[in-house]
Design a protein around this ligand. Sequence first.
Ligand code: NAD
Length: 251
Amino acid sequence: GQRLEGKRALVTAAGQGIGRASAIAMAKEGAEVFATDVNMELLSTIRDQNLENIRIFELDVRSNDSVKKGIAQAAPDILFNCAGFVHHGTVLDATDAEFDFAIDLNLRAMMRTIRAALPGMLERGSGSIINMSSAAGSIIGAPNRFIYGTTKAAVVGLTKSVAVDYVKQGIRCNCICPGTVESPSWHDRVTALGKELGSYEAAMAQFVARQPMGRVATAEEIAALVVYLAADESAFTTGHTHIIDGGWSGQ
Ligand code: NAD
């Protein structure tokens, strides 16, 4: 189907994982997609999909100039803020530098892109903003995710605030809260935990066991939720956490 026909969508962190899968899924639904990432080598692999309606350019969500330039070029009706980084450890492990980095990349970056994209959306009288949160944070506390959970919980507050301020002007703002999702960076985390536990298989088992379904999600399963929130069929939902976690927090 062409559920996103006539819409322009900008995706951050589309080089791999959920961002990449979502850019592809939105393009297949007919959107004009602007797939962006700070890593052009990764991002350029999306060309393998042979989707004419995906354009790519470099966008570093940590830079105001880069964000302003990219948003001006795309003039998006749909903004998917996907960029984020997972730090490992407790409050006692966390350094100030790691905390500042995560606040900037996982949270402040969303303020940057939304500030840049909202005026155009308001002019056109419509827009759907989708922010990447996580089940780990405000939905459920995950062990050794102090910095990550803190920033992802803050994304929920940011989302609700934007949603309530613009609900009467055709703008929707939702966030998605996935459980564990198969992606390149997740494989790095399994490898790192495997070194700690002495076996890769034990680490994999621990990650899988978090989901009562007994598996992790595919990036495509998360992309399907992104498409739904981007499309007009979700017109009645705003300001919400959309949880997709294989039953992790639903027990
Ligand atoms: P990933 O972590 O494998 O890839 C991250 C991408 O972000 C890379 O392409 C990287 O180049 C890009 N990036 C890094 N810094 C950037 C910057 N400054 N500007 C633009 N792009 C930048 O992908 P993933 O695991 O699918 O994670 C994507 C998002 O989903 C993150 O916000 C993550 O926290 C969230 N999430 C992931 C999981 C999971 O289990 N994988 C679960 C819940 C939420």
